[in-house]
Design a protein around this ligand. Sequence first.
Ligand SMILES: C[S@@+](CC[C@H](N)C(=O)[O-])C[C@H]1O[C@@H](n2cnc3c(N)ncnc32)[C@H](O)[C@@H]1O
Length: 393
Amino acid sequence: MPMSQENNNEHVKMIAKTIYGLEPILVKELEELGASNIEAQNRVVTFEGDIALLYKANISLRTASRILVPLSTFTIASKDDYYENIRDINWMDLFSNDETFAIDALVNFSRVFDNSMYAGQLAKDAIVDQFRAETGARPSVDTEDPDIQINIHVNKNVITVSLDSSGVPLHKRGYRVELSKAPMNENLAAGLLLIAGYDGNQPLLDPMCGSGTIPIEAAMIALDMAPSLYRKHFAFMYWNNFDEELYESVRDDLKSKVRKELKFPIVGSDKDKYVIDKAKNNAHRVHLKDTIIFERIRFEDQFPPEENGMLICNPPYGERLDIKAIDSLYSMIGDTLKQNFDGYDAYIFSGNLEAVKYVGLKPSMKRKMFNGPIECRFLHYEMYKGSKKRIHE
Ligand SMILES: C[S@@+](CC[C@H](N)C(=O)[O-])C[C@H]1O[C@@H](n2cnc3c(N)ncnc32)[C@H](O)[C@@H]1O
Protein backbone atom coordinates (compact mmCIF):
# COMPACT_ATOMS: atom_id res chain seq x y z
CA MET A 1 0.00 0.00 0.00
CA PRO A 2 1.18 3.48 -0.53
CA MET A 3 2.63 4.30 2.86
CA SER A 4 1.49 7.78 3.52
CA GLN A 5 0.36 10.13 6.18
CA GLU A 6 -3.01 8.37 6.13
CA ASN A 7 -2.42 4.69 5.40
CA ASN A 8 -0.61 1.47 6.28
CA ASN A 9 -1.25 -2.09 5.12
CA GLU A 10 -3.79 -2.85 7.85
CA HIS A 11 -5.66 0.38 7.56
CA VAL A 12 -6.34 1.84 4.15
CA LYS A 13 -8.71 4.70 3.39
CA MET A 14 -10.30 4.25 -0.01
CA ILE A 15 -12.59 6.20 -2.34
CA ALA A 16 -14.73 4.28 -4.85
CA LYS A 17 -16.00 6.34 -7.77
CA THR A 18 -19.31 5.53 -9.40
CA ILE A 19 -22.15 6.87 -11.55
CA TYR A 20 -24.84 9.29 -10.30
CA GLY A 21 -27.65 7.25 -8.73
CA LEU A 22 -25.64 4.11 -8.00
CA GLU A 23 -24.14 5.33 -4.68
CA PRO A 24 -26.63 3.37 -2.45
CA ILE A 25 -25.98 0.16 -4.43
CA LEU A 26 -22.23 0.63 -4.11
CA VAL A 27 -22.67 1.11 -0.33
CA LYS A 28 -24.48 -2.26 -0.19
CA GLU A 29 -21.76 -3.94 -2.22
CA LEU A 30 -19.10 -2.57 0.13
CA GLU A 31 -21.06 -3.72 3.20
CA GLU A 32 -21.14 -7.23 1.73
CA LEU A 33 -17.35 -7.12 1.20
CA GLY A 34 -16.87 -6.22 4.89
CA ALA A 35 -15.68 -2.61 4.43
CA SER A 36 -15.93 -0.24 7.40
CA ASN A 37 -16.76 3.47 7.84
CA ILE A 38 -18.68 3.48 4.54
CA GLU A 39 -19.99 6.90 3.55
CA ALA A 40 -21.80 7.86 0.36
CA GLN A 41 -21.30 11.26 -1.27
CA ASN A 42 -22.04 12.52 -4.76
CA ARG A 43 -20.72 9.87 -7.22
CA VAL A 44 -18.23 8.55 -4.66
CA VAL A 45 -18.33 6.25 -1.65
CA THR A 46 -15.51 6.44 0.90
CA PHE A 47 -14.63 3.39 2.99
CA GLU A 48 -11.85 1.73 4.95
CA GLY A 49 -10.29 -1.70 5.20
CA ASP A 50 -7.01 -3.52 4.80
CA ILE A 51 -4.91 -4.12 1.71
CA ALA A 52 -6.73 -7.41 0.99
CA LEU A 53 -9.98 -5.44 0.81
CA LEU A 54 -8.40 -3.08 -1.72
CA TYR A 55 -7.61 -6.05 -3.98
CA LYS A 56 -11.00 -7.66 -3.35
CA ALA A 57 -12.89 -4.42 -4.02
CA ASN A 58 -11.11 -3.95 -7.36
CA ILE A 59 -11.95 -7.48 -8.47
CA SER A 60 -15.49 -7.67 -7.05
CA LEU A 61 -17.27 -4.33 -7.17
CA ARG A 62 -19.90 -4.27 -9.89
CA THR A 63 -20.93 -0.61 -9.73
CA ALA A 64 -17.60 1.17 -9.05
CA SER A 65 -15.58 2.71 -11.88
CA ARG A 66 -12.27 3.07 -9.98
CA ILE A 67 -10.86 2.90 -6.48
CA LEU A 68 -8.56 5.64 -5.24
CA VAL A 69 -6.29 5.60 -2.21
CA PRO A 70 -5.85 9.12 -0.77
CA LEU A 71 -2.23 9.91 0.04
CA SER A 72 -2.62 13.40 1.39
CA THR A 73 -5.31 16.01 1.96
CA PHE A 74 -4.33 19.63 2.56
CA THR A 75 -5.54 23.20 2.08
CA ILE A 76 -3.79 25.81 -0.04
CA ALA A 77 -3.75 29.57 -0.39
CA SER A 78 -1.41 29.72 -3.39
CA LYS A 79 0.21 27.75 -6.20
CA ASP A 80 3.41 27.63 -4.09
CA ASP A 81 1.49 25.92 -1.24
CA TYR A 82 0.17 23.41 -3.73
CA TYR A 83 3.62 22.66 -5.19
CA GLU A 84 5.30 22.34 -1.75
CA ASN A 85 2.61 20.02 -0.37
CA ILE A 86 2.81 17.71 -3.38
CA ARG A 87 6.60 17.70 -3.29
CA ASP A 88 6.43 16.77 0.43
CA ILE A 89 4.65 13.46 -0.35
CA ASN A 90 7.23 10.69 -0.36
CA TRP A 91 6.81 9.67 -4.02
CA MET A 92 10.00 7.62 -4.04
CA ASP A 93 8.39 5.22 -1.55
CA LEU A 94 5.58 4.62 -4.02
CA PHE A 95 7.28 4.14 -7.36
CA SER A 96 10.63 4.33 -9.05
CA ASN A 97 12.38 6.13 -11.90
CA ASP A 98 11.83 3.33 -14.38
CA GLU A 99 8.03 3.39 -14.01
CA THR A 100 5.86 5.78 -15.97
CA PHE A 101 3.16 7.94 -14.43
CA ALA A 102 0.22 10.14 -15.37
CA ILE A 103 -1.80 12.71 -13.49
CA ASP A 104 -5.55 13.10 -13.68
CA ALA A 105 -6.44 16.47 -12.14
CA LEU A 106 -9.91 17.88 -11.59
CA VAL A 107 -10.44 21.47 -10.39
CA ASN A 108 -13.76 22.63 -8.93
CA PHE A 109 -14.44 26.14 -7.59
CA SER A 110 -10.80 27.13 -7.04
CA ARG A 111 -9.42 30.65 -6.60
CA VAL A 112 -5.88 29.38 -7.17
CA PHE A 113 -6.40 27.41 -10.39
CA ASP A 114 -8.66 28.35 -13.25
CA ASN A 115 -8.08 25.12 -15.12
CA SER A 116 -7.43 21.45 -14.40
CA MET A 117 -4.58 21.18 -16.89
CA TYR A 118 -2.34 23.64 -15.04
CA ALA A 119 -3.00 21.91 -11.70
CA GLY A 120 -1.89 18.64 -13.35
CA GLN A 121 1.27 20.21 -14.82
CA LEU A 122 2.35 21.81 -11.56
CA ALA A 123 1.83 18.51 -9.70
CA LYS A 124 3.95 16.75 -12.32
CA ASP A 125 6.74 19.33 -11.79
CA ALA A 126 6.62 18.80 -8.00
CA ILE A 127 6.91 15.01 -8.38
CA VAL A 128 9.64 15.12 -11.03
CA ASP A 129 11.63 17.70 -9.01
CA GLN A 130 11.61 15.39 -5.99
CA PHE A 131 12.99 12.47 -8.03
CA ARG A 132 15.59 14.68 -9.72
CA ALA A 133 16.82 16.17 -6.45
CA GLU A 134 17.23 12.71 -4.87
CA THR A 135 18.44 10.62 -7.80
CA GLY A 136 19.51 12.96 -10.58
CA ALA A 137 16.97 11.27 -12.89
CA ARG A 138 13.21 11.37 -13.29
CA PRO A 139 10.35 9.02 -14.20
CA SER A 140 8.61 9.66 -17.53
CA VAL A 141 5.04 10.70 -18.08
CA ASP A 142 2.88 8.35 -20.16
CA THR A 143 -0.69 9.54 -20.54
CA GLU A 144 -1.77 6.53 -22.66
CA ASP A 145 -0.75 3.55 -20.56
CA PRO A 146 0.97 4.69 -17.35
CA ASP A 147 2.18 2.31 -14.66
CA ILE A 148 1.21 4.72 -11.88
CA GLN A 149 -1.90 6.89 -12.04
CA ILE A 150 -2.15 9.85 -9.72
CA ASN A 151 -5.46 11.53 -9.11
CA ILE A 152 -5.73 15.12 -7.86
CA HIS A 153 -8.99 16.66 -6.78
CA VAL A 154 -9.08 20.41 -6.14
CA ASN A 155 -12.30 21.40 -4.42
CA LYS A 156 -12.21 25.10 -3.44
CA ASN A 157 -8.98 25.30 -1.39
CA VAL A 158 -8.96 21.63 -0.33
CA ILE A 159 -6.65 19.32 -2.27
CA THR A 160 -6.86 15.53 -2.20
CA VAL A 161 -3.98 13.67 -3.80
CA SER A 162 -4.69 9.97 -4.40
CA LEU A 163 -3.20 6.98 -6.12
CA ASP A 164 -5.57 5.29 -8.53
CA SER A 165 -5.48 1.58 -7.64
CA SER A 166 -7.52 0.44 -10.65
CA GLY A 167 -5.88 1.90 -13.77
CA VAL A 168 -8.21 1.07 -16.65
CA PRO A 169 -11.69 1.86 -15.23
CA LEU A 170 -13.38 -1.09 -13.55
CA HIS A 171 -16.42 -0.92 -15.83
CA LYS A 172 -14.16 -1.87 -18.72
CA ARG A 173 -14.35 -5.53 -17.80
CA GLY A 174 -12.59 -6.59 -20.99
CA TYR A 175 -15.33 -8.86 -22.38
CA ARG A 176 -17.04 -6.23 -24.48
CA VAL A 177 -14.71 -6.01 -27.43
CA GLU A 178 -17.64 -5.99 -29.84
CA LEU A 179 -20.10 -3.18 -29.41
CA SER A 180 -23.60 -2.47 -30.64
CA LYS A 181 -24.56 1.06 -31.69
CA ALA A 182 -25.35 2.41 -28.23
CA PRO A 183 -23.92 0.13 -25.56
CA MET A 184 -24.29 1.02 -21.90
CA ASN A 185 -21.38 0.85 -19.47
CA GLU A 186 -21.03 -2.44 -17.69
CA ASN A 187 -21.29 -0.88 -14.21
CA LEU A 188 -24.51 0.89 -15.21
CA ALA A 189 -25.99 -2.42 -16.45
CA ALA A 190 -24.98 -4.15 -13.20
CA GLY A 191 -26.38 -1.23 -11.18
CA LEU A 192 -29.77 -1.43 -12.93
CA LEU A 193 -29.98 -5.17 -12.22
CA LEU A 194 -29.10 -4.63 -8.55
CA ILE A 195 -31.58 -1.74 -8.18
CA ALA A 196 -34.24 -4.06 -9.64
CA GLY A 197 -33.30 -6.67 -7.01
CA TYR A 198 -32.03 -9.23 -9.51
CA ASP A 199 -30.19 -12.02 -7.71
CA GLY A 200 -30.47 -14.98 -10.08
CA ASN A 201 -33.52 -16.42 -8.31
CA GLN A 202 -35.82 -15.51 -11.20
CA PRO A 203 -35.78 -15.87 -15.00
CA LEU A 204 -34.38 -12.80 -16.78
CA LEU A 205 -34.99 -11.44 -20.27
CA ASP A 206 -33.46 -8.44 -22.05
CA PRO A 207 -35.47 -8.28 -25.30
CA MET A 208 -33.33 -5.46 -26.79
CA CYS A 209 -29.96 -6.69 -25.61
CA GLY A 210 -27.60 -5.13 -28.20
CA SER A 211 -24.05 -6.24 -27.34
CA GLY A 212 -25.37 -8.26 -24.40
CA THR A 213 -24.24 -6.08 -21.48
CA ILE A 214 -27.33 -6.63 -19.29
CA PRO A 215 -27.53 -10.44 -19.76
CA ILE A 216 -23.75 -10.84 -19.23
CA GLU A 217 -23.77 -8.74 -16.04
CA ALA A 218 -26.86 -10.69 -14.90
CA ALA A 219 -25.09 -14.01 -15.41
CA MET A 220 -22.13 -12.77 -13.36
CA ILE A 221 -24.48 -11.76 -10.54
CA ALA A 222 -26.43 -15.04 -10.69
CA LEU A 223 -23.25 -17.14 -10.64
CA ASP A 224 -21.60 -14.98 -7.95
CA MET A 225 -18.80 -14.30 -10.40
CA ALA A 226 -16.69 -11.25 -9.50
CA PRO A 227 -16.82 -8.99 -12.59
CA SER A 228 -13.04 -8.44 -12.86
CA LEU A 229 -12.01 -11.99 -12.02
CA TYR A 230 -10.35 -12.48 -15.40
CA ARG A 231 -8.74 -9.06 -15.64
CA LYS A 232 -4.94 -9.25 -15.88
CA HIS A 233 -3.86 -5.75 -14.83
CA PHE A 234 -4.73 -3.41 -12.02
CA ALA A 235 -2.66 -0.28 -11.27
CA PHE A 236 -1.90 -1.53 -7.71
CA MET A 237 0.24 -4.28 -9.27
CA TYR A 238 2.84 -1.60 -10.15
CA TRP A 239 3.13 -0.22 -6.63
CA ASN A 240 6.38 -0.90 -4.78
CA ASN A 241 4.60 -2.85 -2.07
CA PHE A 242 2.39 -5.07 -4.27
CA ASP A 243 1.78 -8.32 -2.36
CA GLU A 244 1.36 -10.83 -5.16
CA GLU A 245 0.78 -13.79 -2.87
CA LEU A 246 -2.03 -12.00 -1.05
CA TYR A 247 -3.56 -10.89 -4.37
CA GLU A 248 -3.49 -14.47 -5.73
CA SER A 249 -5.14 -15.80 -2.58
CA VAL A 250 -7.89 -13.14 -2.70
CA ARG A 251 -8.53 -13.97 -6.37
CA ASP A 252 -8.47 -17.76 -5.84
CA ASP A 253 -10.95 -17.40 -3.01
CA LEU A 254 -13.30 -15.42 -5.27
CA LYS A 255 -12.84 -17.96 -8.07
CA SER A 256 -13.80 -20.84 -5.79
CA LYS A 257 -17.14 -19.14 -5.03
CA VAL A 258 -18.33 -19.04 -8.66
CA ARG A 259 -21.35 -21.31 -9.14
CA LYS A 260 -21.33 -23.63 -12.15
CA GLU A 261 -24.96 -23.32 -13.21
CA LEU A 262 -27.79 -20.84 -13.26
CA LYS A 263 -30.92 -21.60 -11.26
CA PHE A 264 -33.11 -19.78 -13.81
CA PRO A 265 -32.55 -18.92 -17.48
CA ILE A 266 -31.06 -15.65 -18.71
CA VAL A 267 -32.11 -14.67 -22.23
CA GLY A 268 -30.87 -11.82 -24.40
CA SER A 269 -32.69 -11.14 -27.66
CA ASP A 270 -32.56 -8.45 -30.32
CA LYS A 271 -34.10 -7.92 -33.75
CA ASP A 272 -30.63 -7.45 -35.24
CA LYS A 273 -28.70 -10.63 -36.10
CA TYR A 274 -25.44 -8.71 -36.32
CA VAL A 275 -25.58 -7.54 -32.68
CA ILE A 276 -26.68 -10.98 -31.43
CA ASP A 277 -23.49 -12.45 -32.92
CA LYS A 278 -21.51 -9.75 -31.10
CA ALA A 279 -23.30 -10.46 -27.83
CA LYS A 280 -22.45 -14.18 -28.15
CA ASN A 281 -18.78 -13.37 -28.77
CA ASN A 282 -18.71 -11.01 -25.79
CA ALA A 283 -20.22 -13.67 -23.51
CA HIS A 284 -17.68 -16.18 -24.80
CA ARG A 285 -14.84 -13.97 -23.53
CA VAL A 286 -16.00 -14.42 -19.93
CA HIS A 287 -16.83 -18.12 -20.38
CA LEU A 288 -20.58 -17.41 -20.37
CA LYS A 289 -21.50 -18.28 -23.95
CA ASP A 290 -23.24 -21.51 -22.99
CA THR A 291 -24.78 -19.96 -19.88
CA ILE A 292 -26.83 -17.24 -21.59
CA ILE A 293 -29.38 -17.88 -24.33
CA PHE A 294 -29.03 -15.32 -27.13
CA GLU A 295 -31.62 -15.26 -29.88
CA ARG A 296 -32.59 -13.09 -32.79
CA ILE A 297 -36.22 -12.16 -32.43
CA ARG A 298 -38.23 -8.94 -32.46
CA PHE A 299 -39.53 -7.88 -29.06
CA GLU A 300 -43.10 -7.82 -30.42
CA ASP A 301 -42.78 -11.57 -31.13
CA GLN A 302 -41.00 -12.44 -27.88
CA PHE A 303 -42.47 -14.47 -24.98
CA PRO A 304 -41.20 -15.01 -21.43
CA PRO A 305 -38.60 -17.76 -21.03
CA GLU A 306 -40.47 -18.94 -17.91
CA GLU A 307 -43.31 -17.68 -15.74
CA ASN A 308 -42.90 -14.88 -13.20
CA GLY A 309 -39.58 -13.34 -14.06
CA MET A 310 -37.86 -10.06 -14.66
CA LEU A 311 -37.49 -8.15 -17.92
CA ILE A 312 -35.02 -5.29 -18.29
CA CYS A 313 -34.57 -3.40 -21.50
CA ASN A 314 -32.70 -0.40 -22.82
CA PRO A 315 -34.58 0.61 -26.00
CA PRO A 316 -33.13 3.00 -28.57
CA TYR A 317 -33.47 6.63 -27.43
CA GLY A 318 -34.35 7.66 -30.95
CA GLU A 319 -31.42 9.72 -32.18
CA ARG A 320 -31.60 7.93 -35.51
CA LEU A 321 -35.38 7.58 -35.71
CA ASP A 322 -38.08 10.12 -36.49
CA ILE A 323 -40.50 11.04 -33.72
CA LYS A 324 -43.37 8.92 -35.09
CA ALA A 325 -41.21 5.82 -35.30
CA ILE A 326 -39.86 6.25 -31.78
CA ASP A 327 -43.32 6.82 -30.30
CA SER A 328 -44.67 3.71 -31.99
CA LEU A 329 -41.63 1.69 -30.82
CA TYR A 330 -42.36 2.64 -27.18
CA SER A 331 -46.04 2.02 -27.71
CA MET A 332 -45.18 -1.47 -29.05
CA ILE A 333 -43.14 -2.11 -25.88
CA GLY A 334 -46.18 -1.29 -23.71
CA ASP A 335 -48.48 -3.49 -25.85
CA THR A 336 -46.09 -6.43 -25.79
CA LEU A 337 -45.60 -6.19 -22.02
CA LYS A 338 -49.37 -6.12 -21.55
CA GLN A 339 -50.11 -9.00 -23.91
CA ASN A 340 -47.21 -11.39 -23.31
CA PHE A 341 -45.60 -10.66 -19.95
CA ASP A 342 -48.20 -11.30 -17.32
CA GLY A 343 -46.48 -12.04 -14.01
CA TYR A 344 -43.32 -10.13 -14.92
CA ASP A 345 -41.45 -7.30 -13.25
CA ALA A 346 -40.59 -5.17 -16.27
CA TYR A 347 -37.98 -2.41 -16.22
CA ILE A 348 -37.20 0.12 -18.94
CA PHE A 349 -34.10 2.31 -18.95
CA SER A 350 -34.36 5.15 -21.44
CA GLY A 351 -32.89 8.54 -22.21
CA ASN A 352 -35.97 9.60 -24.18
CA LEU A 353 -38.17 11.11 -21.47
CA GLU A 354 -40.97 11.95 -23.92
CA ALA A 355 -41.08 8.58 -25.65
CA VAL A 356 -41.40 6.58 -22.40
CA LYS A 357 -44.85 8.14 -21.96
CA TYR A 358 -45.94 6.10 -25.01
CA VAL A 359 -45.38 2.85 -23.09
CA GLY A 360 -48.76 3.79 -21.71
CA LEU A 361 -48.49 1.83 -18.45
CA LYS A 362 -48.25 3.34 -14.99
CA PRO A 363 -44.76 2.83 -13.56
CA SER A 364 -44.50 1.88 -9.88
CA MET A 365 -40.97 3.35 -9.77
CA LYS A 366 -39.37 6.17 -11.74
CA ARG A 367 -35.74 6.88 -10.98
CA LYS A 368 -33.59 9.65 -12.45
CA MET A 369 -30.25 8.36 -13.65
CA PHE A 370 -27.62 9.15 -16.27
CA ASN A 371 -26.12 7.23 -19.16
CA GLY A 372 -22.93 9.24 -19.64
CA PRO A 373 -24.18 12.82 -20.11
CA ILE A 374 -27.74 11.76 -21.05
CA GLU A 375 -30.40 12.16 -18.38
CA CYS A 376 -32.40 8.94 -18.22
CA ARG A 377 -35.25 7.32 -16.35
CA PHE A 378 -35.31 3.82 -14.92
CA LEU A 379 -38.95 2.74 -14.79
CA HIS A 380 -40.56 -0.28 -13.16
CA TYR A 381 -43.85 -1.74 -14.43
CA GLU A 382 -45.50 -4.49 -12.41
CA MET A 383 -47.17 -6.71 -14.99
CA TYR A 384 -49.39 -8.61 -12.60
CA LYS A 385 -53.04 -9.50 -13.15
CA GLY A 386 -55.26 -6.49 -12.58
CA SER A 387 -52.45 -3.93 -12.77
CA LYS A 388 -52.19 -3.69 -16.52
CA LYS A 389 -54.69 -0.97 -17.17
CA ARG A 390 -53.39 1.25 -19.95
CA ILE A 391 -53.19 4.92 -19.03
CA HIS A 392 -54.57 6.01 -22.38
CA GLU A 393 -57.49 3.58 -22.46
C1 LIG B 1 -29.74 1.04 -26.93
S1 LIG B 1 -29.48 -0.46 -27.76
C2 LIG B 1 -29.22 -1.60 -26.46
C3 LIG B 1 -27.82 -1.54 -25.98
C4 LIG B 1 -27.48 -2.61 -24.98
N1 LIG B 1 -28.06 -2.33 -23.67
C5 LIG B 1 -25.96 -2.76 -24.90
O1 LIG B 1 -25.41 -2.49 -23.82
O2 LIG B 1 -25.34 -3.10 -25.89
C6 LIG B 1 -31.10 -0.86 -28.32
C7 LIG B 1 -31.24 -2.16 -29.05
O3 LIG B 1 -32.63 -2.37 -29.32
C8 LIG B 1 -32.71 -3.13 -30.52
N2 LIG B 1 -34.08 -3.03 -31.04
C9 LIG B 1 -34.71 -1.95 -31.61
N3 LIG B 1 -35.96 -2.26 -31.93
C10 LIG B 1 -36.17 -3.56 -31.58
C11 LIG B 1 -37.27 -4.45 -31.63
N4 LIG B 1 -38.44 -4.07 -32.17
N5 LIG B 1 -37.11 -5.71 -31.15
C12 LIG B 1 -35.92 -6.10 -30.64
N6 LIG B 1 -34.85 -5.31 -30.57
C13 LIG B 1 -34.96 -4.05 -31.01
C14 LIG B 1 -31.62 -2.53 -31.39
O4 LIG B 1 -31.24 -3.45 -32.43
C15 LIG B 1 -30.52 -2.23 -30.39
O5 LIG B 1 -29.57 -3.28 -30.37
